[in-house]
Write a protein that binds this ligand. Structure first.
Ligand code: SAM
Ligand code: SF4
Ligand code: SF4
Length: 335
């Protein structure tokens, strides 16, 4: 096991398999910026599945136990199920999960399960038809995503989590509706404080509804009690409904940062590793891999990066006098 400068072990790897997405969520890839002429990464720049698997094996050798496939939208990467299948062959990997917007889940859930995916987290910010259509920037209603979630449940991609980014004045009025729907289904909704990731979503602190406020809103209608976090690196504050029906999580990266327990490393579609969601730069692994470096040499690069890691952006945010420039975009490294 390796630990960084702040004594944090390395445990979780998030692999962003594409920078493309079929949605244009206003807080992630605003449609006015990511229009038809936007140049996404060309195919030769993307890591191949073979390269991703090779890198994953090296990461597992360094202590990674969990892998999460993300993006962009992971289901738009062609034959992503083949990558899942290959990852199941990596010994020592205990958990293979995916975060998806759910748009293609109804058609893909069974195939993903049969390929060895363990579970999915589906992003769904609200059940309000009009608000959701606006938030995803594509005029898509929530029905199709709900069908995807049902298909994932039938296929056994469980436990299912639902991610909802809460923006004050945008979807906060739908918190109860969303919470109630998934309480009845027994799935865990994770309400995420709107974050200042990237540089393009025009984030303002006034748009953040705090985790405390979110918990109060839900507790007033459906009483909650706290559940203690079960492992180091758990990012959500967990609550259960007092009637025992389900849990919720609240991710308070703005009002109660959890950098002290951050055990994650992120791999971008073109093979750079990022030690923080708010990093301004990454370290290239694709170049070394394509120029013939051995596994030991790649391993040494990763080790060096982790050993000097001292990121704690969310804890420092409040004391910054000006917004940080040139942060990596969320759709690039997958959240
Ligand atoms: N496309 C997939 C999806 O939306 O689930 C995976 C990638 S997406 C970047 C991963 C997660 O990041 C999603 O749950 C999304 O809601 C969240 N996210 C994106 N921008 C965010 C922001 N500014 N603040 C908080 N969460 C954000
Ligand atoms: Fe796409 Fe996910 Fe970003 Fe929405 S949050 S634009 S679905 S990558
Ligand atoms: Fe981890 Fe960076 Fe987020 Fe802190 S700000 S929890 S170090 S990703």
């Amino acid at each position: 096991m390796i630990t960084d400068k702040l004594d944090r072990p390395f445990r979780d790897l998030r692999i962003s398999v594409t920078d493309r997405c079929n949605f244009r969520c206003t807080y992630c890839m605003p449609a006015e910026i990511y229009g038809d002429s936007y140049k996404f990464l060309p195919k030769p720049d993307l890591l191949t599945f073979e390269e991703i698997v090779r890198i994953t094996k090296i990461f597992v050798g360094l202590g990674a136990e969990k892998v999460r496939l993300t993006g962009g939208e992971p289901l738009v990467r062609r034959q992503i199920e083949n990558l899942v299948r290959e990852l199941t062959q990596v010994s020592g990997l205990a958990d293979i999960a995916m975060t998806t917007n759910g748009y293609m889940l109804a058609e893909k859930a069974l195939l993903l399960k049969n390929s060895g995916l363990h579970r999915v987290t589906v992003s769904l910010d609200t059940l309000d038809e009009d608000v959701f259509m606006k938030m995803n920037g594509r005029g898509i209603g929530p029905k199709r995503i709900l069908e995807g979630i049902d298909a994932a449940e039938r296929a056994g991609l469980v436990p299912i989590k639902i991610n909802s980014v809460v923006q004050k004045g945008t979807n906060d009025e739908g918190i109860i509706q969303l919470a109630r729907y998934f309480k009845d289904k027994g799935h865990t909704v994770r309400f995420i404080e709107y974050m200042d990731v990237g540089n393009l979503n025009g984030w303002q602190l006034e748009q953040v509804l705090s985790g405390n406020e979110i918990a109060e809103i839900i507790d007033a209608k459906m009483p909650l009690e706290p559940v203690s976090g079960d492992y180091r690196g758990e990012v959500a504050s967990r609550y259960r409904y007092r009637d025992g029906s389900a849990e919720i999580g609240i991710i308070t990266s703005v009002t109660k940062p959890f950098c002290g327990d951050c055990t994650r490393l992120r791999l971008s579609p073109e093979g750079k590793i990022y030690t923080c969601l708010f990093a301004t730069g990454g370290t290239d692994l694709r170049g070394p891999i394509r120029s013939g470096c051995s596994d030991e040499e790649i391993r040494a690069i990763i080790e060096r990066i982790w050993l000097v890691r001292d990121d704690r952006y969310s804890e420092q945010r409040a004391s910054m006098t000006a917004p940080m420039q040139n942060k990596v975009e969320m759709y690039h490294i997958g959240g």
